[in-house]
Design a protein. Structure first.
Length: 258
């Protein structure tokens, strides 16, 4: 007998139609294919985004779409296995993804983003969806959101302590901790500008479009991955999932007819 599911890809078109008559929310996860240090798989961001979206959908009673596994990432291009779309193409794809659902009843979309390079582009696609179809869009990132209400978890790494812990929580079979390496030191770009986990001026992060600036040979940077553990990853992701389930419940209260 067919099990009840909130995964859109596992519904028939009739089940999808029926669900959307009673709810107008879709959760869309977006990932990336790129290095995450020698201990993590290339699809780390995709795995985390897909997992979180499914859990958020389950908890909020909303459908979650299949994870889009590609993103934009200029900084890891020297590493084998990376696939990066151009910012323009990614914006168009995410917009098309949203439009497809909007045509069949979605009025509210939550993008669950697993990769930093996607963040600005996702917000542009969200603005496009609002402008053309009146879709209320939100986009969140676990590593930016969680430290806002859990300062004890700064989530300040790429393939380091926090991201590796998340992978140990959801796909321990894909993590080889024996390959975990120390992060490379920050690159000094000027007297006061350093590039590491982020680019900073006088210690404060700012956006800079730079290629291959700090990844070094191992590919992880920020908090060292050696202390990664599944408990930490599960706690971090739970905080993120819980916030987003609440966000969806609140988004449903917004009157979009006005
Ligand atoms: Zn990542």
């Amino acid at each position: 007998m067919k099990q009840k599911t909130m995964l859109a890809a596992e519904l028939s078109w009739t089940e999808f139609e029926e669900h959307m008559k009673g709810d107008d929310v879709i959760v869309i996860p977006v990932g990336m294919l790129e290095e995450h240090g020698p201990q993590n798989p290339l699809g780390t961001d995709t795995a985390i985004a897909g997992y979180c979206a499914a859990m958020i959908g389950e908890r909020a009673g909303a459908l979650s779409a299949p994870v889009f596994p590609y993103g934009y990432g200029p900084e890891g291009k020297k590493f084998p296995g990376q696939v990066s779309l151009s910012p323009q193409l990614l914006r168009k794809i995410l917009y098309a993804y949203g439009v497809s659902y909007a045509k069949h009843g979605a009025r509210r979309i939550l993008f669950v983003n697993g990769h930093g390079g996607n963040a600005g582009i996702l917000r542009m696609a969200a603005a496009d969806l609002w402008a053309s179809h009146g879709v209320l869009c939100a986009a969140t990132e676990w590593w930016l959101l969680v430290p806002q209400f859990k300062p004890e978890w700064p989530c300040n790494d790429h393939g380091g302590l926090y991201e590796t812990s998340c992978m140990l929580a959801i796909r321990p079979d894909l993590v080889d901790m024996e390959n975990a390496r120390d992060p490379v030191p920050d690159t000094i770009l000027s007297e006061n500008i350093r590039a590491g986990y982020t680019v900073t001026y006088r210690g404060e992060p700012f956006f800079a479009a730079l290629d291959d600036f700090a990844l070094g040979r191992a590919g992880n940077f920020g908090a060292p991955p050696q202390g990664a553990n599944a408990k930490l990853g599960a706690d971090v992701l739970e905080a993120y999932i819980d916030y987003n389930a609440g966000l969806i419940r609140e988004m449903r209260k917004v009157d979009l007819k006005k």
